[in-house]
Write a protein that binds this ligand. Structure first.
Ligand SMILES: [Zn+2]
Length: 351
């Protein structure tokens, strides 16, 4: 029976499906996201400092704890029931790679700019209306089931926002103006916010079930008899980390930060990273089916996912930092557009 038919019958029976239950995708529990974040900060401190020393405020235990907390904020958004927030936020947590094909796309041909990607899919659906997952606005009011997902775009966008946040801090530190102390405080807080957000989506992508249509159990043809239990998702998000005792402390000695990211345009590196996770979807189901996921072979498998995420995140942090050095013009422009003495924006500016 098609999922839409099941949902329709359940809706008639009065069973309400929130979008988070249907699509859903919390990915690693907060513990997993914190683990990835703390490992990545170690890698960031080790690699970025060589080019341009990181400021002390960014590497304190307090800052690390705040970034680690912030790395689950995008999941906390789900606790507020709002179609506006769900529509914007929910699809950023996953990419069902197989479903790109129904729009004539692949990972490598997917447009890197979010709205061009949406436009390409809308056109494909209009030209070839058959073969697309049906979308029922009544059963999925947030509309987060309409598209394959946006996690690649979320990573690229948050990387750019972090680069901007770093640049603002470094500009204000260059100005070193006591009258701007409140601005510097806020700019530093913005860096922590954006480091946390970027961590979330990088972390989600390392969970193979966030890169596949088989996100809550195997769907469709199932010749190998993989589990169809929706619970596999939550099991990977949290339970398996507990079973294997995976944490920052247990992984920090294993962490290697060898991933490289093109600071100018990290898109190709982001796609390679998602592909690595997607390639492990079926091996994950095989380990689950054989029972080995909770045995010795399962531990390095899951550990490697967390370590790949931390290495990728460290590389993105480092590339954002290295791309954020303000030029003299950046500093002058900052003052020009934010001068306490300037009552009105310059002619032609400030639209
Ligand atoms: Zn998430």
């Amino acid at each position: 029976m098609r999922p839409s038919r099941v949902r329709l019958l359940l809706a008639i029976a009065g069973v309400y499906f929130s979008s988070s239950i249907v699509s859903s995708a919390l990915a690693w529990d907060a513990h997993g996201h914190r683990t990835i974040t703390r490992l990545a900060i170690d890698g960031f401190v080790a690699s970025a400092g060589a080019a341009a020393p990181l400021p002390d405020w960014l590497t304190t235990e307090s800052a690390r704890a705040q970034i680690a907390y912030q790395s689950s904020e995008a999941d906390r958004y789900r606790g507020t029931r709002s179609n506006y927030l769900g529509h914007e936020n929910n699809p950023d947590h996953f990419l069902d790679v197989e479903d790109l094909a129904t729009f004539g796309l692949t990972l490598s041909t997917m447009p890197p700019l979010r709205y061009q990607y949406v436009a390409a899919m809308a056109v494909a659906r209009h030209v070839h209306p058959d073969g697309h997952k049906p979308h029922n606005p009544r059963l999925n009011p947030t509309g987060d089931q309409e598209w394959p997902g946006f996690v690649a775009h979320a990573i690229a966008e948050h990387h750019a926002k972090l680069t901007s946040a770093f640049k603002s801090v470094r500009t204000l530190e260059t100005l070193n103006d006591p009258a701007r102390a409140h601005q510097l405080d806020m700019a530093r807080a913005n860096v922590l916010v954006h480091m946390g957000h970027l961590s979330h989506f990088v972390g989600d992508s390392a969970q193979p079930l966030h890169t596949t249509r088989h996100h809550h159990g195997w769907v469709g043809d199932n010749p190998n008899g993989y589990t169809t239990d929706r619970g596999i998702h939550a099991f990977i998000d949290g339970t398996i980390l507990t079973i294997h005792g995976l944490s920052y402390d247990s992984l920090k000695e294993e962490a290697r930060f060898e991933t490289k990211v093109d600071a100018g345009d990290p898109w190709r590196d982001i796609l390679s990273y998602i592909q690595r996770s997607h390639d492990l979807v079926e091996p994950l189901y095989m380990l689950h089916k054989s029972g080995q996921l909770t045995q010795d072979p399962g531990k390095p498998f899951i550990a490697e996912r967390l370590l790949d995420a931390s290495s990728m995140l460290a590389a993105l942090y480092t590339s954002a930092w290295n791309a954020s050095t303000p030029t003299d013009k950046d500093v002058k422009d900052f003052v020009f557009y934010d001068s306490p003495a300037k009552a009105q924006p310059a002619p032609g500016m400030g639209k």
